[in-house]
Design a binder for this molecule. Structure first.
Ligand SMILES: Nc1ncnc2c1ncn2[C@@H]1O[C@H](COP(=O)(O)OP(=O)(O)OP(=O)(O)O)[C@@H](O)[C@H]1O
Ligand SMILES: Nc1ccn([C@H]2C[C@H](O)[C@@H](COP(=O)(O)O)O2)c(=O)n1
Ligand SMILES: [Mg+2]
Length: 191
């Protein structure tokens, strides 16, 4: 059984940055759904490359069968891990239903780490990211934020109702955020 922490928050809220620190220090393996999709888009012979690129540019969500298969493969191919940080997933109802269908009995969701941050700050961070992402432009960001508000936030609310959400405010320095995140993981380890 894989232990899983879902990591959610608006685009640019710092999910990847904080996951890298958790992976470095706390023995969890970081799996970014977006990174896995970008790698699949680049993979020679992939039948999904064009579809993935279309969704990434539109800020819409790739069908769960593709994303969940990439996540499950990555988990199965990782060595020993305390657990997995599943970053940027589940992003909508299709992701959630597909995960439940495919991963029930194979993965245990410990909690959901929610990095909350005002959208204008998130947008500015993405525009300054400088990684050459095809979706870090004003037009794609508008759509990504709309997708987050309409489709992802209701998923966070769903987990909140089940008592699974641990919110950490991410409009702060990485050090301050990470200190609170460590506290969340320490509390989770006690139960
Ligand atoms: N606390 C912070 N303060 C200032 N800048 C930050 C902070 N956290 C991350 N950043 C910067 O903001 C940008 C976005 O961060 P990151 O890639 O971690 O966000 P993300 O939530 O994974 O975004 P996405 O959903 O688009 O993948 C990066 O350039 C990163 O260096
Ligand atoms: N569950 C997911 C995660 C990501 N995507 C696609 C659409 C996103 O806009 C893009 C980038 O993700 P990020 O790196 O910002 O987390 O990847 C998706 O379709 N489904
Ligand atoms: Mg990211």
């Amino acid at each position: 059984m894989h232990n899983v922490v879902f990591v959610l928050g608006p685009p640019g809220s710092g999910k990847g940055t904080i996951c890298a620190k958790i992976q470095e220090n706390l023995g969890y393996v970081h799996l970014s759904a977006g990174d896995l999709l970008r790698a699949e888009r680049q993979r020679e012979g992939s039948e999904f490359g064009a579809l993935i690129e279309q969704h990434i540019r539109n800020g819409s969500i790739v069908p769960v069968e593709i994303t969940c298969a990439l996540l499950e493969n990555a988990m199965n191919n990782s060595g020993d891990a305390k657990g997995f940080l599943v970053d940027g997933f589940p992003r909508n109802e299709d992701n959630l239903q597909g995960w439940n269908k495919q991963m029930t009995g194979k993965a245990l969701v410990q909690f959901v780490l929610f990095l909350s941050c005002p959208v204008p700050i998130c947008i500015q961070r993405c525009l300054n990211r400088g990684q050459g992402r095809t979706d870090d432009n004003e037009e794609s960001l508008k759509k990504r934020v709309e997708t987050y508000n309409r489709q992802t936030f209701p998923i966070i609310e769903h987990f909140e109702k089940n008592g699974l959400v641990r919110e950490v405010k991410s409009e702060r320095s990485v050090e301050e955020i990470y200190a609170d995140v460590v506290e969340v993981f320490n509390q989770a380890a006690k139960v």
